[in-house]
Design a protein around this ligand. Structure first.
Ligand code: B12
Ligand code: NAG
Ligand code: NAG
Ligand code: NAG
Ligand code: NAG
Ligand code: NAG
Ligand code: NAG
Length: 427
């Protein structure tokens, strides 16, 4: 593109970015805030075994403007974990976002050393891509979190690297053939932050700005292609909150006619009483969007919520060990190159993990497995000693009746006669 074409183009871009322009933000009104109480109570009343599991929750509560004493303890837990060396890049990014969220800039400076550690961890992700066929240590959801935290908290990153690695055609935006809405949404938030800061510092050429804008636009298109026409969900119920945030900040890209925000919001609100967000992490990822907030608001004290909630602090009601009245039987298969199958009998109401444990008792050689606790619950890392590996993009996929399930082994409730499968897969 010749320089003569650049000027009007930049002008146009700047014009389309004037702050205060109406956005397609729909949110729950103050009078209806009580509908959000279950989400907040879930987050506040849960126990977190590691501070890192509370980072997303703290970020979300602060964005919502909740100033409760119990946040003090959460903050301490997150702060302690933030100093640990074994965090992945995205975990550290979340810690920075959570600790810095809605604080004045003096307090944010306290976390300066974490930002420089994140710069290192981000470079390690990029090095790993060079060594292993373009595969990062973690994934692009986390690389996006990294860029977002670096961008919001004054870290350094290179525009050339962003341009190179965040091209929308990059395979890391996909799991198998499926575009990952969660990943795309986080990337749109990160790239929008980068774009805004380029405009503010007027540091880079119009061509760079144009590339980043094109990436954002293309990722938004891919996200909207995953929208369900009937209910307005984008991807599934668990990706919709972050997708909404991405659409809020990119509303200048002509998506106003392609997205009915109110329809999406209504579907999500209907899912709250049905228990879809019973996990604190699920509640944390949906709440900001419902209040019209995005992760780009974290370093802007005045745009954090005012949070008029009636909080009911309560101990989680202990689950009574009821003697099972009914038993169900399910078919369980481990598939690598060969398949290994068995029938398993478990009490009604059991989850996928219970089935795997029973099968392991029946035949340890075929069904032994390992898992780690994560913010989404237990995550299967190996079966028969065969371990998942992000350098090879291998993992253990969970299926029911041949279709991937949308919850983990700790939450997916199994049904009588169901065909459950754990399959060695590539993403
Ligand atoms: C990347 C990713 C994956 C990668 C993880 C490996 C890698 N290379 O990083 C792959 C593709 C392998 C994967 C697999 C699965 N995933 Co996944 N995944 C994600 C994603 C996009 C980002 C996770 C992340 O890095 N978070 C940020 C870091 C800082 O947090 P973290 O806790 O340290 O992250 C780790 C865990 O989240 C874990 N993880 C990833 N997915 C899942 C799913 C479950 C159920 C658990 C317990 C843990 C887990 O891997 C992360 C990296 O180590 C999230 C989206 C989201 N909104 O969170 C979905 C998400 C967490 N995954 C989901 C699901 C359903 C699965 C599967 C169960 C799908 C299936 N049918 O097989 C499997 C897990 C099976 C198993 N082995 O236990 C759902 C969980 C919903 C729920 N209510 O439980 C999410 C929210 C996507 C969605 N919108 O549906 N996933
Ligand atoms: C509050 O929720 C009710 C029920 O969904 C809805 O009819 C009403 O319009 C909402 N109020 C506002 C101000 O949005
Ligand atoms: C909080 O409680 C007060 C008094 O019980 C009530 O008037 C108000 O509507 C409640 N607000 C919310 C958001 O639930
Ligand atoms: C941001 O970083 C630069 C150096 O990279 C520094 O000069 C500046 O003071 C920092 N600003 C804030 C608000 O921390
Ligand atoms: C401007 O860009 C140059 C390189 O292109 C970079 O070294 C410098 O840090 C940038 N300055 C700001 C304020 O972003
Ligand atoms: C901070 O938030 C306020 C209120 O939402 C907004 O008016 C202002 O433009 C934001 N400032 C920045 C720098 O984004
Ligand atoms: C599955 O079979 C293929 C082809 O025979 C072989 O290359 C591969 O290593 C096998 N995978 C495992 C996990 O055994």
């Amino acid at each position: 593109m010749g320089p003569s074409h650049q000027l009007p183009l930049v002008g146009l871009l700047l014009f389309s970015l004037i702050p205060g322009q109406p956005c397609t933000i729909c949110e729950v009104s103050n009078e209806n805030y009580s509908r959000l109480n279950p989400l907040i109570n879930t987050m506040i009343n849960s126990k977190y075994t590691r501070g890192i599991q509370a980072a997303n929750v703290l970020l979300s509560l602060r964005l919502a403007g909740i100033q409760d004493q119990s946040l003090g303890q959460l903050t301490q837990e997150v702060r302690d974990d933030g100093e640990k060396k074994d965090l992945t890049s995205g975990q550290l990014a979340l810690v920075i976002l959570a600790l810095g969220a809605c604080q004045n800039s003096v307090e944010s400076v306290t976390y300066f050393h974490l930002v420089s550690q994140l710069e290192k961890k981000f470079q390690e992700e990029i090095e790993n891509m060079g060594l292993h066929d373009g595969n990062p240590l973690t994934n692009y959801y986390q690389l996006s979190l990294d860029v977002l935290a670096l961008c919001l908290f004054n870290g350094t990153y290179s525009i050339d690297e962003i341009k190179k690695y965040f091209a929308p055609e990059n395979k890391n935006f996909y799991f198998g053939a499926q575009f990952s809405v969660d990943t795309g949404a986080m990337a749109v938030l990160a790239l929008t932050c980068v774009k805004r800061s380029m405009i503010k510092t007027q540091n880079k050429s119009g061509e760079d700005l144009q590339s980043i804008s094109n990436y954002i636009e293309s990722l938004v298109k891919k996200m909207l292609a995953e929208k369900n026409k009937e209910n307005g969900l984008i991807g599934n119920i668990y990706s919709t909150g972050e997708a909404m945030q991405a659409l809020f900040v990119s509303s200048n890209h002509d998506n106003k006619n392609e997205w009915n925000c109110q329809q999406t919001l209504n579907t999500v609100l209907e899912e709250i009483p049905k228990g879809a967000f019973r996990m604190p992490i699920a509640a944390a990822q949906i709440l900001p969007a419902l209040m019209g907030k995005t992760y780009l608001d974290v370093n802007n004290h005045s745009s954090c919520g005012s949070g008029h909630f009636n909080l009911s602090i309560q101990e989680p009601t202990p689950v009574e060990p009821t003697s099972p009245s009914t038993w169900i039987s399910v078919h369980y298969t481990v598939k690598i190159n060969k398949t290994y199958s068995t029938e398993v009998t478990v009490p009604k109401g059991s989850v996928f993990l219970d089935v795997m444990k029973e099968a392991q008792k029946i035949d340890k050689a075929a069904f032994r497995f390992t898992y780690v606790e994560t913010s989404w619950g237990p995550y299967i890392t190996s079966v028969q000693g065969l371990k998942e590996n992000s350098n090879d993009r291998t993992y253990w996929q969970l299926l029911s009746g041949g279709t991937p399930v949308s919850q983990g082994v700790g939450n997916y409730v199994v049904h009588n006669g169901e065909n459950l499968e754990v399959r060695w897969s590539k993403y």
